[in-house]
Structure formats: structure tokens, C-alpha cells
Design a protein around this ligand. Structure first.
Ligand code: GLA
Length: 381
């Protein structure tokens, strides 16, 4: 990929670039808790986005998407979001850097990647890779945490999705063979060795991409914020749902209207599941770890209502198999992948069993993606 991206850059811009990389991410557990300042447990994957950059001594920033074979240019001093356009990720990062007092002048940028499915945060990877590349090119020392925060803000302002910090943070800070127990209030993390013994992680791509996902995502976030407002008279010190414990659920149920309670319940119980899962992994209690993945899926599907028929089917089918310890939808929802913890010597049979069942029901062959945990963003050359 480094060669491919560097060569494409040379073909289009006729100079030699420097290259940065940022990975996509998986999330072991802790879904829809980051924007309520909760805890999540993601990890970077080996696949990601490579960004090649070089100064062009003009005042324009010129972009080239290798996969789309498309170019785009904008002035480094005057630009605004362009609805639905891939260039938003570059404009968003430049805008965030500007706001932080960094003013990159003209440069050329080409990018490409190998992230195998939707739901693995290619947009966060692209933003973090762009931030890493620009910082390297202009010699800015921008801490990784700031890059992650800029990427998140850029997604809010330039892509219109009010996402949490999880995706860019995991992309920036990932460590090979480790998951990150990330506290989304302090934006700090603890690395936890992700040793699954005789078991392996495999994603199953439902190949469903729901167009309403972004607006539904923002709506879920608003529902949580509304719950916090309604709970505050009784719990004056709360800032987010993170401040409510599982032991408070009965009181919470008395206060919140019937349509809001299940959503709040998901966030409150999911944060507890993150702690329990980290504990189980540290104790090598994989059976318990898997049960928590299954419970997370049920909560996301029944209470938070961000699953879909296809993801529910894939999770249920996988959960029936004794060699599968756990299965759940992963990421924002409404499509994308399930994450599954499967006995390593059963992986081939897992595919053989899941594939025809899904095809028979939905007429689509799902895709099976074994994942390895890799390192976070870096400047390569
Ligand atoms: C998307 C968002 C994240 C997070 C997940 C759900 O991936 O970008 O911030 O909220 O959904 O856990």
C-alpha cells in the first residue's frame, strides 16, 4: 500500500511525498457509550488508510483519491463543508489545525486504503492519517490526543455526524495485540493485552449500509442528552449517563418516559459490561467475555434499537454455535459487521455454516474478515 499510494502521488503531482498511516478499528465492547463520556474497549486493526503529502509552494491544497480516481482542490485560507464529499475529511482537519493555531500552506495529498468493510471507521482513519501527515510535513508537534479530538470535531462540523471520540482515538493510540480501555471523559486509556487463547476474532460483514444511519445516530445521542436533563433534578451532580450506576436503574425507570428509559438503560448497563469484560479478559475467562458480547448485542438491539434484521440474524445464528463464545453487532449499527469470538480451529466451518444460512434468508453472501490487532497512526517516511 505504501508503494501504491506513493506511486499514485508521484504520477499525479510529479514530486516525492512523505507518507503517513492510520488504522481502522474494531470495538470489543462498549457501544454508544463514548458520547455519554462512558467507557469503551476498542482496538486498531492492521488495515487502514495511507496518506502521501508534499508541499506545493502554492496557496491551494490539492487532493487525490486513489480509489475513486478523483481530484479536488481548495484554498488553504478559504473553504467550507461540501455535503457528502470525501474532501470534507481533509478540509475538516485543516480547519481544526487552523483553529489550533497551525496554518499549513499549499500542499498536495493522495490517499488510499485497504479497510475491508464499512463500520471499521475508515473516516476516522482518513482524518487521523491526514492530521499525522500534515503534522509531519510541516513539523508541527501535535499530540495524538489532539489529533483524535480534531478528527472528531471535523466529523461533527464537516460530515454532520455527532460521533464520539472512540474511533479516532483508537486509530491514533492503537497498540499491536492490545485493546484500549478508554475513558471517554478524561480521554485517557489503559492498554489491555487481548489474548484470546484458542479463540480468534472474526468479523462478519452483513453488507447492509443503511442510509439513515447518520441521522438515527444523532437522534440516539439527543435521546441520551434529553434523559440527562430529565434525571438532573433527582441526580443533581450528573453530567452524562456515565454518572448513573446500574444500582440506580429502578429510580431512572420511574423518572424517564417509556420511550427514553430503554435507551438510557442500554448506556448505563453497557458501561458496566465494559468493566466486566475487561475483568473477564484479564482473568482469561473467555466464556464470561463472550456472554457479555451477547448481552451487549441484545441491549443494542432491544433497548437502544440500533441493530437491523440482518445483524440480528447473524448474531443469533453465531450464538447458536458451541464453538462461538460471543457475537454482537459492532459500531454505530443499522448495518456493517458483527464481531465474533470463534474457536480458531472452527473458523472454516464457521463460514461454511453461516454463509448458506444468511444467503438463504437475505440473498446476500456475507463476507468473513479475520482481524488482527495492530498499531496506531504513524509517519512512515
Ligand atoms: C460510531 C461512532 C463512535 C461510537 C460508535 C458506537 O462508530 O463514530 O463514536 O459512538 O458509533 O459505539
Amino acid at each position: 500500500m505504501i508503494e501504491k499510494v506513493s506511486n499514485a502521488f508521484r504520477d499525479v503531482f510529479k514530486t516525492d511525498p512523505i507518507v503517513a498511516f492510520a488504522p481502522g478499528r474494531i470495538n470489543l465492547i462498549g457501544e454508544h457509550t463514548d458520547y455519554q463520556e462512558g467507557f469503551v474497549f476498542p482496538a486498531a486493526i492492521e488495515q487502514g488508510i495511507w496518506v502521501a503529502v508534499q508541499k506545493n509552494h502554492e496557496s491551494n491544497i490539492r487532493l487525490y483519491s486513489i480509489d475513486l480516481e478523483e481530484e479536488f482542490a481548495f484554498s488553504s485560507t478559504d473553504f467550507s463543508p461540501k455535503k457528502g464529499h470525501w474532501a470534507n475529511y481533509a478540509m475538516g482537519m485543516v480547519s481544526q489545525l487552523n483553529q489550533a493555531g497551525f496554518y499549513p500552506t499549499g500542499f498536495d495529498l493522495a490517499f488510499g486504503g485497504n479497510i475491508p468493510a464499512s463500520g471499521l471507521s475508515s473516516s476516522a482513519a482518513l482524518s487521523v492519517a491526514i492530521g499525522t501527515a500534515i503534522s509531519g510535513l510541516f513539523g508541527y508537534s501535535v499530540p495524538k490526543k489532539s489529533l483524535a479530538l480534531y478528527a472528531q470535531k471535523s466529523e461533527h462540523v464537516f460530515a454532520g455526524v455527532n460521533c464520539g471520540i472512540m474511533d479516532p482515538y483508537a486509530s491514533a493510540f492503537g497498540v499491536k495485540d492490545h485493546a484500549l480501555l478508554l475513558d471517554c471523559r478524561s480521554n485517557t486509556h489503559q492498554e489491555v493485552k487481548a489474548d484470546f487463547g484458542d479463540y480468534s476474532l472474526i468479523l462478519v460483514n452483513s453488507k447492509v449500509k443503511h442510509s439513515l444511519a447518520d441521522s438515527a445516530y444523532n437522534k440516539r445521542r439527543e435521546a441520551c442528552e434529553k434523559s440527562v436533563r430529565l434525571l438532573r433534578p433527582t441526580f443533581p451532580d450528573i453530567k452524562t449517563l456515565r454518572d448513573i450506576g446500574v444500582s440506580d436503574l429502578e429510580t431512572v425507570e420511574e423518572i424517564l418516559p417509556a420511550e427514553l428509559f430503554p435507551k438510557a438503560k442500554h448506556v448505563i448497563t453497557e458501561i458496566q459490561r465494559v468493566f466486566d469484560a475487561v475483568d473477564a479478559l484479564k482473568k482469561k475467562d473467555l466464556l464470561r467475555f463472550g456472554q457479555l458480547l451477547n448481552a451487549s448485542h441484545a441491549s443494542l438491539s432491544d433497548d437502544f434499537e440500533v441493530s437491523c434484521e440482518e445483524l440480528d440474524f447473524l448474531a443469533a445464528k453465531a450464538q447458536e454455535i458451541p464453538e462461538v463464545l460471543g457475537s454482537r453487532m459492532m459500531g454505530g449499527g443499522f448495518g456493517g459487521c458483527t464481531i465474533n469470538l470463534v474457536k480458531t480451529d472452527y473458523l472454516t466451518e464457521f463460514e461454511t455454516r453461516m454463509n448458506p444460512a444468511y444467503f438463504e434468508k437475505f440473498g446476500i453472501h456475507p463476507e468473513f474478515i479475520p482481524v488482527k490487532i495492530g498499531d496506531g497512526a504513524r509517519l512512515i517516511s
